[in-house]
Design a binder for this molecule. Structure first.
Ligand code: PRX
Length: 666
């Protein structure tokens, strides 16, 4: 395996034509972006339409120090714009009306379609008018629970066009999770589809929405309207027999079919000019206390940041075809399936299916089908495809590829090398992009023509981003070393608040180290200045790139009537990166048996979603607690990997418990 010393230079041809083609050029632009953000971002802003212009003397302002007053981050205050106008109307005015915005590739290879910028605008306007007819106004929240179909970007942009705030819930979350999120943001309207195929599995999304709408009602919130896309009938069924049993209930007073609503809707809609700091969307992310946080992003700064990171990090050129495999339900889909590409007038592939259907070469087949030049996916997907060996990849030419992206978790050097050699044929640059729902876009990443790559290192900060490493005491670590990864100044795309809970925003991100935005991740800087993300330093887990908190899973496990206590830790997993390893103490006189384990797995799936299902649930007659009652999680992490080297346990109230836990490993 390569050490810090293994460096891979960008391909010469790629470097020559890249926007940023040498490391020196990167360093110069970086310096400018940090020292004069208003000049740097002011130049970017010039390409967009501002209905009310921005003022360079008042371009950005911020306070990162709670001791000096409320945390506040503002870009281009006083300017007004509309992001949908900038993504669609502006590109059409610039002569790109007939350019393909999206190639849509369905779950089944027989299902595909395309949408030009002009047609997309028409559909967006129609749906914006539908939203207005249903009483949606500027500032209202609209929730989504959608598969990867074209109506999803259409409806998101329709919200943006009228100034409504979209709140997308990944359609793998449970009805409980959806209800909780709709209640938190007080959504007025929900958009969904009847169902969707994932490979050969048929999901009844409307049914999950019905349950969620009922549950939201129980929580005291009434969602007035639900609009449903009829999807199942228009696509190829991998298993016909499943369709025979498929049905959805429509409630007369609440539910409307998308196609009925769109039938008479006008294809034009004047954009609502919104302030640069008006909200664009919120997206929930796990919180370490269990309750999800509605991360809020605003309009002007997000537009600048999504468009610039997309263009520079993927080196997107006008004739390229770009493909990001992320679901729009996650931030990667927001910024790099929708906003970033469209802001650049790009042509993208939007994919509904899975990498394994109909065969495990589907990704590679799709790359060749659309002549994809930039491909962006997650380490967990790369690892799961590596398992099938090289031959599914080698069946396809992949000659159009030039940049390969990775996101969501640290990429292990073995997966990096496979991606680089087998998929990228040693001529593509790999951009290992580190960022978060909160950061809005890439914050630490190589640039494909400029940064010599080290497998597993996210390398250097993007323009405008100033990372630092701090020790436990908040002292800056200069040069080589490892510490908490923080940022000392804002960039345009960062979150502005937690929806309806600014205090929580301040306490989560700004209280540990006053004056800094704290990522919750650790990082190491090597002798060459490269940054290596070492993983979460809080009680968060990253399973297949899905972030969740140990607290939220523990809260679900202890809901079971037979469970007294639960503790959850992460264990390394060869494909998922990390998996959930749970310790359960049953109530007195209760036995720990397979029935209990099965019920707990179902409970977690129901409450959170299938992706959160624990891999291991072990019996713990007691948990390793200190005399003050705090669970010593590092001991549990050792038990999970069967490593007896548990270190100093003298502060435990009962040391004997450790041996018992090892003896009880399943
Ligand atoms: O721990 C880091 C990890 O994913 C977290 C953010 O998760 P989320 O908000 O769901 O956004 C994921 C997509 C941007 C981070 O705090 N993470 C993300 N990308 C990387 C990463 N860890 C290491 N390397 C990365 N490239």
């Amino acid at each position: 395996m390569p050490s810090d010393k293994s460096i891979f230079q960008p391909d010469q041809k790629l470097a020559r034509s890249a926007y940023v083609s040498t490391f020196q050029q990167y360093e110069e632009s970086y310096k400018e972006s940090i020292e004069h953000p208003e000049n740097f971002w002011g130049n970017v802003a010039k390409q967009f339409h501002w209905e009310t212009p921005y003022d360079l003397s008042n371009f950005n302002s911020f306070n990162f120090d709670i001791s000096k007053g409320p945390i506040s981050i503002k870009w281009m205050e006083g300017a007004s714009t509309n992001i949908c106008y900038n993504l669609l109307d502006r590109n059409i005015k610039n002569g790109h009306g007939d350019k393909i915005a999206f190639f849509w590739e369905g779950n089944h290879p027989d299902d595909y379609s395309r949408l030009t910028y002009r047609k997309l605008l028409e559909e967006v306007c129609r749906f914006a008018n539908v939203l207005k007819q249903h009483g949606i106004n500027k500032g209202d929240r609209v929730s989504f629970y959608m598969p990867m179909v074209m109506e999803l970007p259409i409806a998101m942009l329709a919200c943006a066009r009228i100034g409504a705030v979209h709140s997308i819930v990944f359609a793998g979350f449970s009805s409980d999770s959806l209800a909780e999120r709709m209640n938190d943001c007080k959504a007025k309207l929900l958009i969904t589809a009847d169902g969707a195929w994932r490979g050969e599995k048929l999901l009844n999304l409307k049914k999950i929405c019905d349950q969620a709408l009922d549950k939201a009602e129980e929580l005291g919130h009434h969602v007035e309207t639900c609009i449903v896309v009829s999807h199942i009938k228009r696509v190829t069924a991998p298993k016909e027999e499943l369709v025979d049993d498929f049905s959805v209930d429509m409630r007369d007073d609440r539910d409307f079919w998308w196609h009925d609503e769109m039938e008479d809707a006008e294809p034009s809609c004047y954009p609502e000019w919104v302030a640069a700091e008006d909200p664009l969307f919120m997206l929930y992310t796990s919180g370490s206390t269990g309750k999800p946080k509605g991360v809020l992003h605003t309009t002007g700064g997000y537009l600048l940041y999504a468009s610039t990171t997309f263009k520079i990090v993927f080196d997107y050129k006008p004739n390229d075809v770009y493909w990001c495999t992320a679901d729009i339900g996650w931030i990667t889909g927001h910024t790099y399936v929708l906003y970033g590409p469209l802001a650049n007038g790009a042509t993208s592939v939007m994919f509904e299916g899975t990498p394994f259907y109909p065969d495990n070469d589907r990704y590679w087949a799709v790359i060749d089908k659309y002549k994809v030049s930039q491909f962006y996916t997650a380490p967990t997907a790369i690892r799961s495809l590596m398992k099938f060996g090289d031959s599914p990849v080698l069946k396809h030419s992949l000659e159009t590829l030039k940049v390969l992206g990775s996101v969501g978790e640290p990429i292990n050097p073995e997966a990096w090398l496979w991606y680089y050699k087998i998929v990228g044929k040693e001529r593509c640059s790999i951009v290992d992009t580190f960022w978060q729902t909160e950061t809005g876009g890439h914050v630490i990443t190589p640039l494909p023509g400029a940064t010599p790559m080290k497998p597993g290192s996210a390398s250097f900060p993007f323009f405008g981003v100033k990372p630092m490493l701090l020790d436990e005491g908040g002292k800056e670590i200069q040069g080589e070393g490892e510490g908490y990864l923080v940022f000392s100044q804002p960039w345009p795309g960062m979150m502005r608040t937690v929806y309806n809970d600014h205090k929580r925003f301040e306490s989560t991100y700004f209280s540990k180290f006053p004056g800094y935005y704290c990522t919750g991740d650790g990082a190491r800087r090597d002798a060459d200045g490269y940054l290596w993300i070492t993983g979460r330093v809080d009680d968060m887990l990253n399973v297949s790139g899905h972030l969740m908190s140990t607290a939220e899973v523990e809260a679900v496990l202890t809901e079971h009537t037979r469970v007294s206590e639960a503790a959850v830790v992460s264990r390394p997993h060869p494909v998922k990166g990390e998996c959930l390893y749970c310790f359960i103490t049953p109530n007195q006189n209760e036995v720990f048996d397979k029935k209990l384990v099965d019920e707990l797995k179902v409970l977690v799936r129901e409450r959170i979603g299938p992706f959160a299902q624990p891999d291991v649930i072990q019996n713990a007659p007691g948990l390793p607690k200190t005399r003050s009652g705090k669970i010593m999680r590092r001991v549990l992490r050792k038990v999970a990997v069967n490593d007896r080297d548990v270190g100093d346990i003298s502060t435990l109230a009962d040391e004997a418990i450790v041996d018992q836990l090892f003896a009880n490993r399943p």
